[in-house]
Design a protein around this ligand. Structure first.
Ligand code: ATP
Ligand code: MG
Length: 311
């Protein structure tokens, strides 16, 4: 559906997007993550035909977004990171205006209903809450009945229930055949809905793939913690599959690697008749990868030094 090849975006000599290439398949939910200023919005603005690339080629369903903006306009839906509306307009008036832009719009009342905005139909846009404005932006991005939707920081400002509703809605849209590109700072959101993700930093893609493949690649440590007052942590430190151990009061936290690391720790505790409670295992997730790349390590000494990280 989308092919980006060697994209470069320069702003007066500053390179915001530096030779980025990737493609997005039909009916895929593709996520772009990365720290502030990484070049995410600049990249998708080029794909949306809103910004002219300095160099590189982009194709969206065979169209060049810059040269074929008219055709593209009919097949894509866009929710921008920052949107401002005329304050004196009411919700239904903005929806009608947007509907008039397209040849085959979806009845906007359906969209307002599905996002719980039907009661606000006649409200002034200026009187909507932050989250309601965000929902309106999403309604407007879908009015064109698009084939591809771009959502830049979709759920920023939404309450937890609204975020989950939004995710459900996106998954349903995908099942109906849409291709969706999202930019997000919420790693739980990306893990919940994206099929593949690209991690960007300083204009480049550091990694791209399914979430599980990215997490595996970084080989981060699994965290085990349990409560006991019967252990000498020096004995745990000596085990070859344990990387580090910390004990605070009766809580022992340890990090290790290897597929059978958790089993081996439990076996060790059992064989040594160590009685423990509240054992928990936390597998690394996308947030851990992101923090590791950013050089941020809540557990300090347990960190692997990130190579080519986000710093
Ligand atoms: N119109 C512009 N003129 C000059 N510099 C710009 C312009 N737009 C963006 N930049 C710069 O390009 C870089 C990338 O910006 P971009 O908006 O693409 O980042 P982003 O990854 O979307 O960040 P965020 O997570 O904060 O939204 C930043 O350093 C930004 O200051
Ligand atoms: Mg942005």
């Amino acid at each position: 559906m989308i092919k980006v090849d060697s994209l470069i975006v320069n702003y007066k000599g500053f390179c915001a997007v530096d030779n980025v290439s990737f493609s997005v398949e039909e009916q895929e939910i593709f996520g772009i993550v990365g720290p502030n200023g990484a070049g995410k919005t600049s990249t998708i603005e080029c794909i949306e035909g809103l910004r002219k690339p300095s160099s590189g080629t982009i194709s969206v369903m065979g169209y060049d977004p810059w040269k074929n903006r008219k055709e593209l306009h009919e097949i894509i839906g866009v929710q921008l990171q920052d949107t401002s509306y005329q304050d004196r307009a009411r919700v239904f008036e903005i929806c009608e205006l947007f509907s008039s832009f397209y040849s085959n719009p979806i009845p906007y009342d359906e969209l307002l209903n599905s996002l719980g905005l039907q009661d606000k139909r006649k409200a002034f846009v200026s009187k909507l809450s932050g989250g309601q404005k965000q929902k309106l932006a999403i309604v407007l991005s879908l009015i064109s009945n698009p084939k591809v939707v771009f959502l830049d920081e979709l759920t920023t400002g939404l309450d937890p229930k609204a975020r989950h509703q939004m995710w459900d809605m996106i998954l349903k849209l995908r099942d109906k055949g849409l291709t969706i590109v999202i930019v997000s700072h919420f790693m739980d959101e990306v893990e919940a809905i994206c099929d593949r993700v690209a991690i960007m930093n300083k204009g480049r893609i550091l990694n791209i793939g399914t979430i599980s493949s990215i997490i595996e690649k970084y080989d981060l440590k699994q965290k085990i913690s349990f409560k006991t007052d019967q252990i000498n942590i020096n004995s745990l430190e000596k085990l070859d599959y344990v990387i580090s151990v910390k004990k605070e009061r009766d809580v022992v936290t340890l990090f290790g690697t290897g597929n059978d690391y958790v089993n081996r720790v439990i076996t060790y505790l059992t064989e040594n008749n160590i009685i423990y409670t509240e054992l928990s295992v936390k597998k690394p997730n996308l947030e851990d990868v992101f923090l590791d790349l950013a050089g941020y390590t809540p557990e300090g000494e347990n960190s692997r030094k990130a190579v080519g990280g986000l710093k």
